[in-house]
Design a binder for this molecule. Structure first.
Ligand code: ADP
Ligand code: MG
Length: 204
């Protein structure tokens, strides 16, 4: 299976559609424990990404780098630099002809970039709590190929998202609420699940 610029463009366009469809829900989640802008932030960024013309990029790597830069420059708040870093880092490691293990390397590079930038640990009630278990599940299933591995990742991502509900936030705006952040689902974990679900539909 090719992880070429066409496949990656399909991934980004699917994610952009999901973000647009869930914009209000993401904003509502952020209103409960943040400042109520996660949906609008992500929708603004992904609208700009979907305006990029994939056919003008010769490699997926080049396109992913542009996606990262676009998100950094158009999305306000914490999520812009974090998602931007994710795509810049996976772009650096991307190989159009990678097998399941090569795709794991790229995705793990993205998670490492998010952690370097945001300093979140697992359990801090952030998008890391969705992405980290997704990549663990991916690796567990990688020997069965990219498609099955991404399906496993999407399921684990959603479980990680839902498991943020009882957590107390220790990073980002939600951390200002302390104990009062408990009982709410983390908005970034929700958008991250849309990203991994989109990957499982388009990259397999
Ligand atoms: P802001 O908090 O600046 O308004 P957003 O509302 O767009 O930005 O994004 C909030 C989301 O960003 C949170 O739900 C959380 O998942 C994620 N987030 C915030 N800070 C961090 C961090 N330091 N590391 C990882 N993710 C973070
Ligand atoms: Mg916010």
């Amino acid at each position: 299976m090719a992880l070429d610029v066409g496949a990656v463009t399909a991934w980004m366009n699917d994610f952009a559609t999901q973000i647009s469809d869930h914009e209000n829900r993401l904003t509502e989640l952020d209103r409960a424990i943040g400042d109520g802008d996660h949906g609008t932030n992500m929708a603004r960024g992904m609208r700009a990404v979907s305006e990029l013309d994939g056919s003008t990029f010769s490699t997926a790597r080049e396109y992913l780098t542009k996606v990262g830069m676009t998100l950094v420059s158009t999305v306000g708040g914490a999520s812009g630099p974090l998602y931007g870093t994710f795509f810049l880092c996976i772009g650096e490691l991307w190989d159009d002809n990678a097998d399941a293990s090569g795709l794991s390397t790229a995705l793990r590079g993205g998670l490492d970039g998010i952690i370097r930038r945001g300093k979140a640990s697992p359990g801090d009630k952030t998008l890391v709590d969705a992405l980290a278990p997704a990549l663990e599940a991916y690796d567990t299933h990688a020997h069965r190929g990219v498609g099955i591995a991404l399906q496993g990742a999407a399921i684990a991502c959603a479980e990680g998202r839902d498991a943020t509900i009882p957590l107390i936030a220790r990073k980002g705006r939600a951390s200002y609420l302390g104990e009062r952040s408990r009982g709410h689902l983390d908005p970034g974990a929700a958008s991250m699940t849309l990203l991994i679900e989109a990957a499982s539909r388009t990259l397999s």
